[in-house]
Design a protein around this ligand. Structure first.
Ligand SMILES: Nc1ncnc2c1ncn2[C@@H]1O[C@H](COP(=O)(O)OP(=O)(O)OP(=O)(O)O)[C@@H](O)[C@H]1O
Ligand SMILES: [Mg+2]
Length: 410
C-alpha cells in the first residue's frame, strides 16, 4: 500500500523542528494527520527568522529532519517550510473576469485568480501566497465558493503575500544542502493559525498571537477572511535579555531561570519564595526573590501585549475579535501567561496547542512551541487534498534525496 507522507520544517530562532505525518482522511473535507515522528535541533545561522549562515542552518536542518525520520522509521524527500521575517509584505488585490459559460467553472476561477495576482513584482521579491478571500458574482458579494453559480461577472478579492527573494533562496539552499527539497514556503503565522484556530473562531473573529523567541506573530481573522498578518520584533528572548540585565547573569542562566521559575504575573507569586541563582564567583550561589523575576517578565510581557493591542487597533480589527485571542509559541508555556494576557488584552484568551485533526503520536506535538511545524503539515495536507501534490511516498527515501541534491547542483 502506498502511503502519503507529509513533512513540515520550521527553522525558528532557537530550534529547528520537523514533523513527519501520514495524510489520512482522503475524500473528507479536511485531512487528518497520523503523526509519525518529530525532530528538534538547535538552530544555527538564523537571525530574526532570516538565514544568515547557510552552512550552520543546513546542519540544523539535517539534525532535525534526521531525528524525525529516525523516530518515524521512514525517509522523506521534501518539506513544507515556514518563512517569516520583516521582509514579508501583504496586500489585497482584486481580479475581475467575464464568466465564460452559463455557470462559473474551475477555469473561470483560475482566470480570476490569475488576474488578481498579476501585480508587478520587482525582481528582488517573490510571491509566497495568493489566498482567495471572497468572491462577488454580479452584484452579490461575500461568496465563499462561487463554483457552479450563474452570473456574467466574477470578481475575486485575493490576499497576496510576498517576501524578499534572497531570504527565500537562502532558506531553500539550506534545505537543499541538507539533502531535501522545499515543496513550498508557507508564511509562518499562516501555518501556526492552521494548527490552532478553528473555523468557527475565524468566522466569529479571532487573533492568533504566537510568541516565539525573537518574534511575535499576529494573524487576525473575521468572517473567515484574513484581516491582518503582522510580525513584531520581540519575543521570549526579549524577556530573557531583561533578566540578564536585571539579575546580572549570563544569557543561558537567565533563560533557564525564566523557563523554570518564570511567572507572567507577579501577584501569583508568594513574596517569601526565593530561588537559587549562580553567584558572582565560581561555585557561589545567591538567593533571589521569585517575585523579582516575575516583575521583570510581567513588565515586558505587558509591553508586548500592548504592542499587539496597538497593532490590532491600528488596522481596525480589535472590535471584531468575538472569539478573543489564541496565544501560542514557546513563550505561551510560561506560568500565569493566560491570566496575564487576559488582563492585558481585556478579552478572552485561550492557549493554542496543536490537537485538532491529529492522531498517532499526537501527544509529542501537543505543546505551543510545535504549533508552527504542525500547521505546516496540516497546510500541506490541505493543498495535497486539492492538488494531489506535496507528499513523499514511502519508498527508497535516500535515492530521492540524492536526486534532490543533484537537482540543486546541476
Ligand atoms: N516553560 C517556558 N517558560 C517560559 N518561556 C519558555 C518556556 N519554554 C520555552 N520558552 C521560551 O519560548 C521561546 C522559544 O519559543 P519557540 O520555540 O516558539 O521559538 P522559535 O520558533 O525558536 O523562535 P521564533 O519563532 O521567534 O523564530 C524561547 O524564548 C524560550 O525561552
Ligand atoms: Mg517559531
Amino acid at each position: 500500500m502506498r502511503s502519503n507522507l507529509i513533512a513540515g520544517l520550521d527553522i525558528g530562532t532557537t530550534k529547528t523542528s520537523t514533523l513527519i505525518a501520514e495524510v489520512m482522511g482522503e475524500g473528507r473535507r479536511r485531512p487528518e494527520l497520523r503523526v509519525l515522528g518529530v525532530g528538534q535541533a538547535r538552530t544555527g545561522g538564523v537571525r530574526r527568522d532570516v538565514v544568515t549562515h547557510i552552512e550552520e542552518t543546513t546542519e540544523s536542518v539535517r539534525n532535525s529532519v534526521k531525528e524525525a525520520e529516525l523516530m518515524a522509521g521512514v525517509n522523506i524527500d521534501r518539506v513544507w517550510a515556514a518563512i517569516s521575517g520583516d521582509h514579508v509584505r501583504t496586500l489585497s488585490s482584486m481580479g475581475v473576469v467575464a464568466v465564460g459559460g452559463e455557470e462559473i467553472s474551475r477555469n473561470d476561477l483560475d482566470r480570476v485568480h490569475e488576474v488578481a495576482r498579476a501585480v508587478a513584482l520587482p525582481p528582488d521579491r517573490e510571491f509566497l501566497h495568493a489566498i482567495p478571500q471572497e468572491y462577488t458574482v454580479d452584484d452579490q458579494d461575500g461568496i465563499k465558493d462561487p463554483l457552479g453559480m450563474s452570473g456574467i461577472r466574477l470578481e475575486a478579492d485575493v490576499y497576496l503575500v510576498t517576501g524578499a527573494a534572497s531570504a527565500a533562496t537562502n532558506l531553500r539552499k539550506s534545505v537543499n544542502r541538507a539533502g531535501y527539497r522545499v515543496q513550498s514556503l508557507v508564511l509562518s503565522p499562516l501555518a501556526t493559525a492552521r494548527a490552532v484556530l478553528t473555523e468557527d473562531e475565524k468566522e466569529v473573529g479571532v487573533a492568533l498571537v504566537g510568541i516565539g523567541a525573537s518574534t511575535t506573530e499576529i494573524c487576525a481573522f473575521h468572517q473567515g477572511r484574513i484581516r491582518h498578518i503582522g510580525v513584531l520584533p520581540v519575543g521570549g528572548n526579549t524577556l530573557t535579555n531583561d533578566l540578564v540585565r536585571g539579575l546580572s547573569i549570563p544569557f543561558a542562566e537567565a533563560q533557564r531561570a525564566k523557563e523554570r521559575h518564570g511567572v507572567a504575573l507577579a501577584q501569583l507569586v508568594d513574596p517569601q519564595e526565593t530561588i537559587e541563582l549562580p553567584g558572582p564567583g565560581p561555585g557561589q550561589t545567591r538567593q533571589v526573590a521569585r517575585e523579582l523575576i516575575a516583575h521583570i517578565v510581567e513588565q515586558r510581557l505587558d509591553e508586548i501585549f500592548g504592542m499587539v493591542r496597538g497593532e490590532l487597533e491600528a488596522v481596525g480589527c480589535l472590535e471584531e475579535l468575538g472569539a478573543g485571542i489564541v496565544l501560542t509559541g514557546g513563550t505561551a508555556a510560561l506560568e500565569g501567561v493566560l491570566e496575564m494576557s487576559q488582563q492585558a488584552m481585556g478579552m478572552p484568551v485561550r492557549i493554542g496547542v496543536p490537537r485538532e485533526g491529529l492522531s498517532g503520536l499526537a501527544d509529542s506535538v501537543a505543546r505551543p512551541r510545535f504549533s508552527t511545524v504542525t500547521g505546516l503539515c496540516l497546510y500541506g495536507a490541505d493543498r495535497f487534498h486539492e492538488t494531489g501534490e506535496g507528499v513523499s511516498t514511502l519508498s527508497s527515501g535516500w535515492i530521492t534525496r540524492i536526486g534532490a541534491w543533484i537537482r540543486e547542483f546541476f
